[in-house]
Design a protein around this ligand. Structure first.
Ligand code: GLC
Length: 425
């Protein structure tokens, strides 16, 4: 996958050079820039892990020579990207015109006035999967346009399970048993997700809590609901895995990419990750190509609940050319580009029709399971103080997984910390 990224970055440089050349003299075609809202712009995004976005933007740049977009690729990690975006937005420097923001940040960015409300009528929201539109809404208004959705899935080594005559787990008890017995017998570690303290751990922890019937916050963040049997059961599941060794200790340092590599290098029986990991694990550099599958996340007694991931495209309140920015967003969410989001970016599109497209389902056999997971996925806690909420969840759950605190004590501490955050409003 690294080479795909490297090639993508090379392409980006080429694109900037080519578009720079067009600007420096060759007869520009199309509309001239107008101060009222049209002209060049930047698109800031977290790391493009599959290196496809440069190519997609090249298509726009070819047909919009006066409204060229320059891709600004920020770090892979959601937290670092968020802080770089916020530094820019707070300072009013306006380096970023269009922002590809994580679905978890819409409330915070909208409440702070950093992104401009979007006219609902301008985008075909009715063709999107229903839950994604809610992630772009704050206080009843649309502040961004859904671009990519996401749901966690359980990747499993089909060859290992087949040899043992077993099916992929549907419950935590099955997962735990297989991870404890089949994994060591095949020289593998049992289970990993994203357990480094960062946004990925908040996602994994929320999935464990939700799957066990718990919640974290109620309403728009005013009520703390985490002190429950469900939350204790969810966090105990993760902590027990490390204690009993079927979650390798090394996984406490994993983000998406390290965990993907562990799986595709043939070191793991089970992996919780986003569907983009399918592309790498099927690629030529993978040791497990053709030998794995993906199913919805398991829960205590049956299917679990994924957190709804993905990103939305927003226009910065400081955008130099908001009209062009909105047209670019319409382009990126068009059916044609959404198909490429899946086929070239290995990311889950927001357009519902693509999930039923027979040729796509043949190429991406996990699409039906993914669609079901997205439709049943639960949002992260909504709060204008989302960052502090997420930091508290990460720190407490990491302590419980590292065996520094019992799950019961961890849940009590989290409830206290979340209450203190809620009082800050
Ligand atoms: C993925 C998801 C995003 C989530 C992040 C956590 O990028 O799409 O919503 O916040 O992972 O690491």
């Amino acid at each position: 996958m690294r080479w795909i990224r490297a090639a993508g970055r090379g392409l980006l440089v080429l694109m900037v050079i080519l578009t720079g050349y067009a600007a420096s003299g060759a007869a520009p075609q199309g509309r001239a820039p107008d101060a009222g809202g049209r002209g060049p712009m930047t698109l800031a995004t977290a790391g493009d892990l599959t290196g496809y976005l440069g190519r997609v933007l090249e298509g726009w740049n070819r047909s919009h020579p006066d409204e060229r977009v320059t891709l600004v690729e920020l770090p892979d990690s959601a937290d670092e990207t968020r802080s770089q975006m916020i530094t820019d937005l707070r300072s009013g420097a306006g380096r970023f015109d269009v922002l590809n923001i994580d679905v978890a940040w819409t409330s915070e960015f909208a409440a702070a006035g950093w992104i401009a409300p979007v006219d609902r009528g301008r985008f075909p929201l009715e063709s999107f999967l229903p839950p994604v539109v809610d992630t772009a809404t704050y206080d009843g208004r649309l502040y961004a346009v859904p671009y990519v959705t996401n749901a966690g899935m359980l990747f499993y080594r089909k060859d290992v399970l087949d040899r043992a005559g077993e099916r992929p787990p549907r419950t935590w008890a099955e997962l735990e048993r297989q991870a404890r017995t089949l994994a060591p017998a095949s020289g593998l570690a049992g289970y990993a997700g994203q357990f480094l303290p960062y946004e990925g751990l908040t996602v994994n922890a929320a999935e464990a809590v939700y799957s066990a019937g718990g919640t974290i916050l109620g309403d728009e963040g005013e009520r703390v609901t985490v002190d429950s049997a469900g939350a204790r059961e969810g966090i105990a599941f993760l902590a027990r895995g490390v204690r009993d060794g079927w979650i390798p200790r090394e996984a406490l340092t994993y983000t998406e990419e390290e965990s993907r590599r562990a799986f595709q290098e043939g070191r793991l029986l089970f992996l919780r990750n986003w569907p983009y990991a399918w592309a790498g694990a099927s690629g030529s550099g993978s040791r497990v190509a053709g030998r794995f599958g993906a199913v919805p996340l398991p829960g205590p007694d049956g299917p679990g609940t994924s957190v709804l991931g993905g990103s939305n495209l927003a226009v910065s309140s400081h955008a130099r050319h908001p009209e062009s920015a909105r047209d670019l967003i319409a382009y990126l969410t068009s059916e044609r580009v959404q198909r490429r989001v899946l086929t070239e970016g290995a990311l889950p599109p927001v357009r519902a029709a693509l999930y039923g497209d027979a040729s796509l389902v043949r190429r991406f056999p996990y699409l039906p399971a993914l669609r079901a997971s997205v439709l049943a996925a639960a949002p992260r806690p909504k709060s204008p103080h989302y960052e502090q909420v997420s930091l508290a969840v990460q720190a407490v759950v990491h302590d419980a997984m590292a065996q520094r605190q019992t799950p019961e004590a961890a849940v009590r501490r989290l409830a206290d910390e979340l209450a203190a955050i809620a009082r800050r409003r």
